[in-house]
Design a protein around this ligand. Sequence first.
Ligand code: NAD
Length: 494
Amino acid sequence: MTQLVNLPSQPIECKNLIAGELQAPQGVERVDVVSPYTGASIGSVPMSGADEVARAVEAGKVAFESWRRVPLRERTEILFRFRQIVLDRIDDLSHLAAAECGKTVAEARAGVLKGVEIIEFASSLQNMDDGALLEVSRGVTAELRREPLGVVAGITPFNFPAMVPMWMYPTAVTLGNAFILKPSEKVPLTAQLSGELMHEAGYPPGVFQIVHGGREAVEALCDHPGIEAVGFVGSTPIAKAVYARATATGKRALALGGAKNHFIVVPDADPDVTVDGVVRSFTGCAGQRCMAASLMIAVGDVQPLIDKIVAHTKNLTLGVDMGAIITKADHERLHGELDKAVREGAKLVLDGRGQPAPDGYDSGYWLSPSILDGATFDMECANKELFGPILSIVHVDTLDEAIALQAKSPYGNAYSVFTTRGATARYVAENAEATMVGVNIGVPVPREPFSFGGSKASKFGSHDMTGWGGVDFWSRQKKITTKWALQPDATWMS
Ligand code: NAD
Protein backbone atom coordinates (compact mmCIF):
# COMPACT_ATOMS: atom_id res chain seq x y z
CA MET A 1 0.00 0.00 0.00
CA THR A 2 1.26 3.47 -0.90
CA GLN A 3 0.24 6.06 1.67
CA LEU A 4 -1.57 8.85 -0.18
CA VAL A 5 -2.35 11.19 2.69
CA ASN A 6 -1.54 11.59 6.39
CA LEU A 7 -4.85 11.04 8.15
CA PRO A 8 -5.02 12.51 11.67
CA SER A 9 -3.52 10.00 14.13
CA GLN A 10 -6.29 10.82 16.65
CA PRO A 11 -9.83 12.02 15.89
CA ILE A 12 -9.91 15.82 16.00
CA GLU A 13 -12.74 17.30 18.06
CA CYS A 14 -13.42 20.73 16.60
CA LYS A 15 -14.18 23.61 18.91
CA ASN A 16 -15.45 27.08 18.19
CA LEU A 17 -12.85 29.85 18.35
CA ILE A 18 -14.54 32.66 20.24
CA ALA A 19 -12.83 35.64 21.90
CA GLY A 20 -9.45 34.02 21.35
CA GLU A 21 -10.38 30.75 23.07
CA LEU A 22 -11.27 27.32 21.74
CA GLN A 23 -14.66 26.48 23.25
CA ALA A 24 -16.67 23.26 22.97
CA PRO A 25 -20.29 24.39 23.03
CA GLN A 26 -22.35 22.49 25.61
CA GLY A 27 -25.56 20.63 24.75
CA VAL A 28 -24.93 20.95 21.02
CA GLU A 29 -25.11 18.00 18.62
CA ARG A 30 -21.80 16.85 17.14
CA VAL A 31 -21.45 15.21 13.74
CA ASP A 32 -18.63 13.10 12.40
CA VAL A 33 -16.11 14.40 9.92
CA VAL A 34 -15.58 11.57 7.46
CA SER A 35 -12.54 11.17 5.23
CA PRO A 36 -13.49 10.40 1.61
CA TYR A 37 -10.22 8.46 1.38
CA THR A 38 -11.43 5.79 3.80
CA GLY A 39 -15.07 6.43 4.67
CA ALA A 40 -13.97 6.52 8.33
CA SER A 41 -14.45 9.27 10.90
CA ILE A 42 -11.41 11.48 11.49
CA GLY A 43 -13.05 13.93 13.86
CA SER A 44 -16.24 15.63 14.86
CA VAL A 45 -17.75 19.09 14.64
CA PRO A 46 -20.28 20.91 16.83
CA MET A 47 -23.46 22.03 15.06
CA SER A 48 -23.65 25.43 16.72
CA GLY A 49 -26.76 27.59 16.74
CA ALA A 50 -27.88 31.13 17.51
CA ASP A 51 -26.35 31.19 21.02
CA GLU A 52 -22.82 30.49 19.77
CA VAL A 53 -23.26 33.00 16.95
CA ALA A 54 -24.43 35.63 19.43
CA ARG A 55 -21.39 35.02 21.65
CA ALA A 56 -19.05 35.42 18.68
CA VAL A 57 -20.79 38.61 17.57
CA GLU A 58 -20.45 40.13 21.05
CA ALA A 59 -16.74 39.26 21.18
CA GLY A 60 -16.34 40.55 17.62
CA LYS A 61 -17.92 43.89 18.53
CA VAL A 62 -15.52 44.37 21.43
CA ALA A 63 -12.53 43.44 19.26
CA PHE A 64 -13.69 45.69 16.41
CA GLU A 65 -13.67 48.84 18.54
CA SER A 66 -9.90 48.70 19.01
CA TRP A 67 -8.96 46.75 15.85
CA ARG A 68 -10.49 49.36 13.56
CA ARG A 69 -8.13 51.95 15.09
CA VAL A 70 -4.97 49.91 14.56
CA PRO A 71 -3.11 51.48 11.63
CA LEU A 72 -3.29 49.49 8.40
CA ARG A 73 0.46 48.99 8.43
CA GLU A 74 0.32 47.30 11.84
CA ARG A 75 -2.59 45.12 10.74
CA THR A 76 -0.68 43.96 7.70
CA GLU A 77 2.38 43.11 9.82
CA ILE A 78 0.31 40.43 11.58
CA LEU A 79 -0.96 39.13 8.25
CA PHE A 80 2.59 38.98 6.99
CA ARG A 81 3.52 36.81 9.99
CA PHE A 82 0.48 34.63 9.24
CA ARG A 83 1.73 34.18 5.66
CA GLN A 84 5.05 32.79 6.92
CA ILE A 85 3.32 30.52 9.43
CA VAL A 86 1.06 29.16 6.66
CA LEU A 87 4.10 28.46 4.47
CA ASP A 88 5.92 26.81 7.38
CA ARG A 89 2.89 24.59 8.06
CA ILE A 90 1.86 24.02 4.44
CA ASP A 91 2.35 20.25 4.69
CA ASP A 92 0.06 20.00 7.72
CA LEU A 93 -2.60 22.21 6.10
CA SER A 94 -2.44 20.32 2.80
CA HIS A 95 -2.65 16.85 4.34
CA LEU A 96 -5.52 17.90 6.60
CA ALA A 97 -7.44 19.52 3.73
CA ALA A 98 -6.88 16.46 1.54
CA ALA A 99 -7.86 14.07 4.34
CA GLU A 100 -11.19 15.73 4.98
CA CYS A 101 -12.25 16.73 1.46
CA GLY A 102 -10.78 13.86 -0.56
CA LYS A 103 -8.59 15.77 -3.02
CA THR A 104 -4.96 14.80 -3.56
CA VAL A 105 -2.35 16.37 -1.30
CA ALA A 106 -0.85 18.16 -4.34
CA GLU A 107 -4.25 19.70 -5.14
CA ALA A 108 -4.73 20.70 -1.52
CA ARG A 109 -1.27 22.28 -1.50
CA ALA A 110 -2.12 24.28 -4.64
CA GLY A 111 -5.25 25.52 -2.86
CA VAL A 112 -3.22 26.72 0.13
CA LEU A 113 -0.77 28.47 -2.21
CA LYS A 114 -3.66 30.25 -3.95
CA GLY A 115 -4.77 31.35 -0.48
CA VAL A 116 -1.25 32.68 0.09
CA GLU A 117 -1.63 34.83 -3.06
CA ILE A 118 -4.62 36.48 -1.43
CA ILE A 119 -2.70 36.96 1.81
CA GLU A 120 0.04 38.65 -0.22
CA PHE A 121 -2.50 40.86 -1.98
CA ALA A 122 -4.08 41.88 1.33
CA SER A 123 -0.61 42.46 2.81
CA SER A 124 0.08 44.93 0.00
CA LEU A 125 -3.01 47.07 0.59
CA GLN A 126 -1.03 49.61 2.58
CA ASN A 127 1.07 50.31 -0.51
CA MET A 128 -1.66 50.13 -3.12
CA ASP A 129 -4.74 51.69 -1.57
CA ASP A 130 -3.90 55.13 -0.31
CA GLY A 131 -7.35 56.63 -0.83
CA ALA A 132 -7.66 59.97 -2.62
CA LEU A 133 -7.51 63.66 -1.82
CA LEU A 134 -8.56 66.35 -4.30
CA GLU A 135 -9.15 70.07 -4.19
CA VAL A 136 -12.71 70.11 -5.53
CA SER A 137 -13.35 73.90 -5.17
CA ARG A 138 -11.16 76.79 -4.14
CA GLY A 139 -9.92 75.91 -0.61
CA VAL A 140 -12.19 72.88 -0.40
CA THR A 141 -10.80 69.36 -0.35
CA ALA A 142 -12.55 66.05 -0.72
CA GLU A 143 -10.93 63.02 0.87
CA LEU A 144 -11.76 59.39 0.34
CA ARG A 145 -11.24 57.06 3.28
CA ARG A 146 -11.76 53.33 3.19
CA GLU A 147 -13.27 52.11 6.46
CA PRO A 148 -14.16 48.69 7.84
CA LEU A 149 -17.78 47.60 8.16
CA GLY A 150 -17.73 46.03 11.65
CA VAL A 151 -18.38 42.39 12.52
CA VAL A 152 -18.65 40.41 9.28
CA ALA A 153 -19.10 36.73 8.46
CA GLY A 154 -17.95 34.25 5.83
CA ILE A 155 -19.70 30.94 5.06
CA THR A 156 -17.73 28.47 2.99
CA PRO A 157 -18.19 25.18 1.07
CA PHE A 158 -16.44 21.81 1.36
CA ASN A 159 -14.35 21.77 -1.79
CA PHE A 160 -11.50 24.14 -0.85
CA PRO A 161 -11.10 23.89 2.92
CA ALA A 162 -8.14 26.29 3.15
CA MET A 163 -8.47 28.43 0.02
CA VAL A 164 -12.08 29.62 -0.04
CA PRO A 165 -12.00 30.88 3.58
CA MET A 166 -8.74 32.63 2.59
CA TRP A 167 -10.61 34.33 -0.25
CA MET A 168 -12.32 36.26 2.53
CA TYR A 169 -10.66 36.64 5.91
CA PRO A 170 -7.17 37.98 5.04
CA THR A 171 -8.73 40.91 3.19
CA ALA A 172 -11.60 41.42 5.63
CA VAL A 173 -9.44 41.55 8.77
CA THR A 174 -6.71 43.62 7.13
CA LEU A 175 -9.32 46.23 6.33
CA GLY A 176 -10.16 46.38 10.04
CA ASN A 177 -13.22 44.14 10.33
CA ALA A 178 -13.81 41.45 12.95
CA PHE A 179 -14.43 38.26 10.97
CA ILE A 180 -16.48 35.17 11.89
CA LEU A 181 -15.86 32.08 9.75
CA LYS A 182 -18.53 29.38 9.45
CA PRO A 183 -16.71 26.64 7.53
CA SER A 184 -18.43 23.69 5.90
CA GLU A 185 -19.30 21.07 8.52
CA LYS A 186 -17.87 18.49 6.09
CA VAL A 187 -14.37 20.05 6.26
CA PRO A 188 -13.99 21.91 9.58
CA LEU A 189 -10.52 20.56 10.46
CA THR A 190 -8.46 22.76 8.13
CA ALA A 191 -10.43 25.80 9.25
CA GLN A 192 -9.71 24.86 12.85
CA LEU A 193 -5.97 24.63 12.15
CA SER A 194 -6.10 27.94 10.20
CA GLY A 195 -7.72 29.54 13.27
CA GLU A 196 -4.92 28.26 15.49
CA LEU A 197 -2.36 29.67 13.05
CA MET A 198 -4.15 33.05 12.98
CA HIS A 199 -3.96 33.07 16.78
CA GLU A 200 -0.24 32.22 16.63
CA ALA A 201 0.31 35.11 14.20
CA GLY A 202 -0.89 37.48 16.90
CA TYR A 203 -4.40 38.61 15.99
CA PRO A 204 -6.12 40.06 19.05
CA PRO A 205 -8.94 37.91 20.50
CA GLY A 206 -12.21 38.33 18.61
CA VAL A 207 -10.70 39.63 15.37
CA PHE A 208 -10.84 36.20 13.74
CA GLN A 209 -13.37 33.72 15.11
CA ILE A 210 -14.83 30.40 14.04
CA VAL A 211 -18.35 29.14 14.66
CA HIS A 212 -18.82 25.60 13.40
CA GLY A 213 -22.16 24.26 12.24
CA GLY A 214 -24.60 24.01 9.37
CA ARG A 215 -27.92 25.56 8.45
CA GLU A 216 -28.83 26.80 11.93
CA ALA A 217 -25.54 28.65 12.34
CA VAL A 218 -25.83 30.12 8.83
CA GLU A 219 -29.34 31.39 9.45
CA ALA A 220 -28.28 32.89 12.77
CA LEU A 221 -25.43 34.72 11.01
CA CYS A 222 -27.82 36.05 8.36
CA ASP A 223 -30.33 37.20 10.98
CA HIS A 224 -28.05 38.68 13.66
CA PRO A 225 -28.38 42.48 13.66
CA GLY A 226 -24.79 42.87 14.86
CA ILE A 227 -23.34 41.46 11.64
CA GLU A 228 -22.79 43.98 8.87
CA ALA A 229 -21.87 41.78 5.91
CA VAL A 230 -22.10 38.14 4.87
CA GLY A 231 -19.89 36.52 2.26
CA PHE A 232 -21.01 33.10 1.08
CA VAL A 233 -19.61 30.48 -1.30
CA GLY A 234 -21.52 27.27 -2.01
CA SER A 235 -24.30 25.80 -4.13
CA THR A 236 -26.76 27.99 -6.00
CA PRO A 237 -29.93 27.23 -4.00
CA ILE A 238 -28.20 27.98 -0.69
CA ALA A 239 -26.41 31.04 -2.15
CA LYS A 240 -29.75 32.43 -3.25
CA ALA A 241 -31.37 31.75 0.12
CA VAL A 242 -28.44 33.22 2.08
CA TYR A 243 -28.37 36.33 -0.11
CA ALA A 244 -32.13 36.86 0.35
CA ARG A 245 -32.02 36.26 4.10
CA ALA A 246 -28.94 38.39 4.80
CA THR A 247 -30.09 41.33 2.68
CA ALA A 248 -33.58 41.14 4.23
CA THR A 249 -32.01 42.28 7.49
CA GLY A 250 -30.19 45.13 5.75
CA LYS A 251 -26.80 43.46 5.50
CA ARG A 252 -24.41 43.71 2.64
CA ALA A 253 -24.22 40.25 1.04
CA LEU A 254 -22.28 38.52 -1.67
CA ALA A 255 -23.13 34.89 -2.38
CA LEU A 256 -21.26 32.86 -4.97
CA GLY A 257 -23.16 29.82 -6.22
CA GLY A 258 -22.68 26.75 -8.39
CA ALA A 259 -21.74 26.50 -12.04
CA LYS A 260 -21.86 24.53 -15.25
CA ASN A 261 -18.84 25.78 -17.13
CA HIS A 262 -18.86 25.62 -20.90
CA PHE A 263 -15.76 25.44 -23.01
CA ILE A 264 -15.70 25.70 -26.76
CA VAL A 265 -13.30 23.61 -28.85
CA VAL A 266 -12.83 24.48 -32.52
CA PRO A 267 -10.95 22.43 -35.14
CA ASP A 268 -7.89 24.71 -35.16
CA ALA A 269 -7.29 24.21 -31.40
CA ASP A 270 -3.78 23.16 -30.39
CA PRO A 271 -4.09 19.46 -29.47
CA ASP A 272 -1.57 19.45 -26.60
CA VAL A 273 -2.85 22.62 -24.99
CA THR A 274 -6.48 21.54 -25.39
CA VAL A 275 -6.13 17.99 -24.11
CA ASP A 276 -4.06 19.06 -21.10
CA GLY A 277 -6.39 22.00 -20.27
CA VAL A 278 -9.62 20.05 -20.66
CA VAL A 279 -8.59 16.91 -18.81
CA ARG A 280 -7.02 18.78 -15.91
CA SER A 281 -10.09 20.97 -15.63
CA PHE A 282 -12.83 18.34 -15.51
CA THR A 283 -10.91 15.74 -13.50
CA GLY A 284 -9.05 18.05 -11.07
CA CYS A 285 -10.41 17.80 -7.52
CA ALA A 286 -12.49 14.93 -8.95
CA GLY A 287 -14.62 17.51 -10.76
CA GLN A 288 -15.72 19.03 -7.45
CA ARG A 289 -14.68 22.52 -8.40
CA CYS A 290 -16.90 25.46 -9.31
CA MET A 291 -14.46 26.20 -12.17
CA ALA A 292 -14.49 22.65 -13.60
CA ALA A 293 -15.02 22.72 -17.35
CA SER A 294 -17.78 20.11 -17.41
CA LEU A 295 -19.50 20.86 -20.73
CA MET A 296 -17.55 20.75 -23.97
CA ILE A 297 -19.13 22.43 -26.96
CA ALA A 298 -17.50 20.80 -29.99
CA VAL A 299 -17.71 23.11 -33.01
CA GLY A 300 -17.47 21.26 -36.33
CA ASP A 301 -15.26 18.23 -36.70
CA VAL A 302 -13.05 17.95 -33.63
CA GLN A 303 -13.20 14.15 -33.37
CA PRO A 304 -9.38 13.75 -33.32
CA LEU A 305 -9.28 16.03 -30.27
CA ILE A 306 -12.09 14.12 -28.56
CA ASP A 307 -10.24 10.83 -29.16
CA LYS A 308 -7.13 12.30 -27.57
CA ILE A 309 -9.10 13.62 -24.59
CA VAL A 310 -10.61 10.17 -24.00
CA ALA A 311 -7.23 8.43 -24.36
CA HIS A 312 -5.50 10.88 -22.01
CA THR A 313 -8.27 10.59 -19.42
CA LYS A 314 -8.04 6.78 -19.45
CA ASN A 315 -4.43 7.05 -18.29
CA LEU A 316 -5.23 8.89 -15.06
CA THR A 317 -4.59 7.03 -11.82
CA LEU A 318 -7.00 7.31 -8.91
CA GLY A 319 -5.31 8.60 -5.79
CA VAL A 320 -2.39 10.05 -7.76
CA ASP A 321 -3.99 12.21 -10.44
CA MET A 322 -7.41 12.40 -8.84
CA GLY A 323 -8.90 12.30 -5.39
CA ALA A 324 -12.17 10.96 -4.03
CA ILE A 325 -15.80 12.11 -3.92
CA ILE A 326 -16.83 14.01 -0.80
CA THR A 327 -19.55 11.66 0.55
CA LYS A 328 -20.96 8.21 -0.02
CA ALA A 329 -24.27 9.81 -1.01
CA ASP A 330 -22.58 11.98 -3.67
CA HIS A 331 -20.68 8.95 -4.92
CA GLU A 332 -23.98 7.09 -5.39
CA ARG A 333 -25.65 10.16 -6.89
CA LEU A 334 -22.95 10.44 -9.55
CA HIS A 335 -23.42 6.78 -10.52
CA GLY A 336 -27.11 7.59 -10.98
CA GLU A 337 -26.35 10.70 -13.05
CA LEU A 338 -24.43 8.55 -15.53
CA ASP A 339 -27.32 6.05 -15.78
CA LYS A 340 -29.72 8.92 -16.33
CA ALA A 341 -27.58 10.50 -19.07
CA VAL A 342 -27.46 7.18 -20.93
CA ARG A 343 -31.24 6.78 -20.57
CA GLU A 344 -31.65 10.29 -22.03
CA GLY A 345 -29.55 9.29 -25.06
CA ALA A 346 -25.97 10.37 -24.37
CA LYS A 347 -23.22 7.92 -25.30
CA LEU A 348 -20.92 6.83 -22.47
CA VAL A 349 -17.60 6.75 -24.30
CA LEU A 350 -15.67 6.41 -21.04
CA ASP A 351 -17.27 4.85 -17.95
CA GLY A 352 -15.39 5.62 -14.75
CA ARG A 353 -17.50 3.34 -12.58
CA GLY A 354 -16.10 0.10 -11.24
CA GLN A 355 -12.45 1.09 -11.46
CA PRO A 356 -10.37 -0.24 -8.55
CA ALA A 357 -9.76 2.03 -5.57
CA PRO A 358 -6.14 2.88 -4.75
CA ASP A 359 -4.46 0.05 -2.88
CA GLY A 360 -5.41 0.17 0.81
CA TYR A 361 -8.27 2.66 0.35
CA ASP A 362 -11.05 0.28 -0.69
CA SER A 363 -13.68 1.79 1.60
CA GLY A 364 -13.21 5.33 0.20
CA TYR A 365 -15.49 7.05 -2.31
CA TRP A 366 -13.52 6.66 -5.53
CA LEU A 367 -14.83 7.33 -9.01
CA SER A 368 -12.71 7.48 -12.15
CA PRO A 369 -13.61 10.07 -14.80
CA SER A 370 -16.41 9.48 -17.31
CA ILE A 371 -17.10 11.08 -20.69
CA LEU A 372 -20.56 11.39 -22.25
CA ASP A 373 -20.54 12.23 -25.97
CA GLY A 374 -23.49 13.20 -28.15
CA ALA A 375 -25.33 15.00 -25.34
CA THR A 376 -27.95 17.60 -26.17
CA PHE A 377 -28.51 20.76 -24.19
CA ASP A 378 -31.87 19.59 -22.80
CA MET A 379 -30.20 16.63 -21.05
CA GLU A 380 -29.34 17.10 -17.38
CA CYS A 381 -25.74 16.04 -18.00
CA ALA A 382 -25.44 19.14 -20.21
CA ASN A 383 -27.32 21.73 -18.20
CA LYS A 384 -27.09 20.72 -14.51
CA GLU A 385 -24.10 21.03 -12.18
CA LEU A 386 -23.14 17.39 -11.49
CA PHE A 387 -20.06 18.23 -9.37
CA GLY A 388 -18.09 15.12 -10.19
CA PRO A 389 -15.52 13.90 -12.74
CA ILE A 390 -17.92 13.80 -15.68
CA LEU A 391 -17.43 15.55 -19.02
CA SER A 392 -20.42 15.96 -21.33
CA ILE A 393 -19.94 16.81 -25.01
CA VAL A 394 -22.49 18.65 -27.16
CA HIS A 395 -21.88 19.03 -30.91
CA VAL A 396 -22.76 22.15 -32.92
CA ASP A 397 -21.85 23.41 -36.39
CA THR A 398 -20.94 27.04 -35.77
CA LEU A 399 -19.34 29.30 -33.19
CA ASP A 400 -22.54 31.31 -32.89
CA GLU A 401 -24.51 28.18 -32.01
CA ALA A 402 -21.90 27.41 -29.35
CA ILE A 403 -22.15 30.90 -27.90
CA ALA A 404 -25.96 30.80 -28.00
CA LEU A 405 -25.94 27.77 -25.69
CA GLN A 406 -24.44 29.84 -22.93
CA ALA A 407 -27.29 32.28 -23.07
CA LYS A 408 -29.56 29.32 -22.24
CA SER A 409 -27.49 28.26 -19.23
CA PRO A 410 -28.68 29.54 -15.87
CA TYR A 411 -25.04 29.81 -14.77
CA GLY A 412 -22.28 32.28 -15.66
CA ASN A 413 -19.09 31.33 -13.89
CA ALA A 414 -16.18 30.21 -16.10
CA TYR A 415 -16.11 30.01 -19.89
CA SER A 416 -13.21 28.95 -22.07
CA VAL A 417 -12.31 28.66 -25.72
CA PHE A 418 -9.58 26.49 -27.18
CA THR A 419 -8.32 27.93 -30.46
CA THR A 420 -5.13 29.12 -32.15
CA ARG A 421 -6.94 32.03 -33.88
CA GLY A 422 -6.94 35.35 -32.09
CA ALA A 423 -10.11 36.45 -33.84
CA THR A 424 -12.03 33.41 -32.61
CA ALA A 425 -10.76 33.91 -29.07
CA ARG A 426 -11.72 37.58 -29.11
CA TYR A 427 -15.19 36.87 -30.51
CA VAL A 428 -15.93 34.27 -27.84
CA ALA A 429 -14.53 36.41 -25.02
CA GLU A 430 -16.56 39.42 -26.09
CA ASN A 431 -19.79 37.47 -26.38
CA ALA A 432 -19.45 35.32 -23.25
CA GLU A 433 -22.04 35.89 -20.56
CA ALA A 434 -19.81 34.28 -17.94
CA THR A 435 -17.47 36.77 -16.31
CA MET A 436 -14.37 34.59 -15.93
CA VAL A 437 -13.20 33.77 -19.44
CA GLY A 438 -10.25 31.62 -20.48
CA VAL A 439 -8.42 31.42 -23.78
CA ASN A 440 -6.69 28.04 -23.92
CA ILE A 441 -7.03 27.83 -20.11
CA GLY A 442 -9.20 25.13 -18.54
CA VAL A 443 -9.55 26.77 -15.12
CA PRO A 444 -9.58 30.54 -15.80
CA VAL A 445 -9.33 31.73 -12.20
CA PRO A 446 -8.57 35.46 -12.14
CA ARG A 447 -5.34 35.85 -10.19
CA GLU A 448 -4.72 38.72 -7.75
CA PRO A 449 -5.32 41.62 -8.00
CA PHE A 450 -8.14 40.66 -10.37
CA SER A 451 -11.37 39.60 -8.76
CA PHE A 452 -13.09 36.23 -8.61
CA GLY A 453 -16.83 36.19 -9.22
CA GLY A 454 -19.30 34.87 -11.77
CA SER A 455 -22.64 36.06 -13.07
CA LYS A 456 -26.25 34.83 -13.39
CA ALA A 457 -27.00 31.98 -10.93
CA SER A 458 -23.29 31.72 -10.08
CA LYS A 459 -23.36 34.97 -8.12
CA PHE A 460 -25.90 36.91 -6.07
CA GLY A 461 -24.75 40.41 -5.18
CA SER A 462 -22.84 43.12 -6.90
CA HIS A 463 -19.21 42.79 -5.81
CA ASP A 464 -16.59 40.11 -6.42
CA MET A 465 -14.98 37.92 -3.78
CA THR A 466 -11.23 38.43 -4.20
CA GLY A 467 -8.83 41.11 -5.44
CA TRP A 468 -10.14 44.67 -5.57
CA GLY A 469 -13.71 43.33 -5.62
CA GLY A 470 -13.12 41.84 -2.17
CA VAL A 471 -11.60 45.09 -0.91
CA ASP A 472 -14.72 46.96 -2.00
CA PHE A 473 -17.03 44.33 -0.51
CA TRP A 474 -15.42 44.27 2.96
CA SER A 475 -15.16 48.07 3.31
CA ARG A 476 -17.08 51.25 2.79
CA GLN A 477 -15.81 54.45 1.35
CA LYS A 478 -16.25 57.61 3.38
CA LYS A 479 -16.01 60.96 1.62
CA ILE A 480 -14.86 63.90 3.76
CA THR A 481 -15.26 67.39 2.29
CA THR A 482 -13.30 70.09 4.17
CA LYS A 483 -12.90 73.87 4.15
CA TRP A 484 -10.88 75.96 6.64
CA ALA A 485 -11.81 79.53 5.57
CA LEU A 486 -14.67 81.31 3.82
CA GLN A 487 -13.93 81.36 0.11
CA PRO A 488 -14.88 84.16 -2.33
CA ASP A 489 -16.61 81.77 -4.73
CA ALA A 490 -18.43 79.69 -2.11
CA THR A 491 -21.65 77.98 -3.25
CA TRP A 492 -24.10 75.82 -1.31
CA MET A 493 -21.85 72.86 -2.08
CA SER A 494 -18.59 74.44 -1.03
P1 NAD B 1 -23.42 23.92 0.08
O1 NAD B 1 -24.25 24.99 -0.52
O2 NAD B 1 -24.08 22.63 0.42
O3 NAD B 1 -22.76 24.42 1.45
C1 NAD B 1 -22.11 25.67 1.53
C2 NAD B 1 -22.27 26.22 2.94
O4 NAD B 1 -23.66 26.41 3.20
C3 NAD B 1 -21.74 25.30 4.02
O5 NAD B 1 -21.04 26.07 4.97
C4 NAD B 1 -22.99 24.68 4.62
O6 NAD B 1 -22.86 24.38 5.99
C5 NAD B 1 -24.05 25.74 4.40
N1 NAD B 1 -25.38 25.19 4.20
C6 NAD B 1 -25.71 23.98 3.68
N2 NAD B 1 -27.05 23.84 3.64
C7 NAD B 1 -27.58 24.99 4.12
C8 NAD B 1 -28.92 25.45 4.32
N3 NAD B 1 -29.98 24.70 4.01
N4 NAD B 1 -29.09 26.68 4.82
C9 NAD B 1 -28.03 27.46 5.13
N5 NAD B 1 -26.75 27.05 4.98
C10 NAD B 1 -26.52 25.84 4.48
O7 NAD B 1 -22.18 23.69 -0.89
P2 NAD B 1 -21.07 22.55 -0.85
O8 NAD B 1 -21.69 21.25 -1.25
O9 NAD B 1 -20.33 22.61 0.43
O10 NAD B 1 -20.10 23.06 -1.99
C11 NAD B 1 -20.26 22.75 -3.35
C12 NAD B 1 -20.96 23.85 -4.08
O11 NAD B 1 -20.27 25.08 -3.90
C13 NAD B 1 -21.01 23.62 -5.59
O12 NAD B 1 -22.27 24.00 -6.08
C14 NAD B 1 -19.93 24.55 -6.11
O13 NAD B 1 -20.09 24.96 -7.46
C15 NAD B 1 -20.05 25.69 -5.18
N6 NAD B 1 -18.84 26.48 -5.15
C16 NAD B 1 -18.88 27.68 -5.78
C17 NAD B 1 -17.74 28.46 -5.83
C18 NAD B 1 -17.77 29.79 -6.53
O14 NAD B 1 -16.81 30.52 -6.41
N7 NAD B 1 -18.81 30.14 -7.25
C19 NAD B 1 -16.56 28.02 -5.22
C20 NAD B 1 -16.56 26.79 -4.57
C21 NAD B 1 -17.71 26.02 -4.55
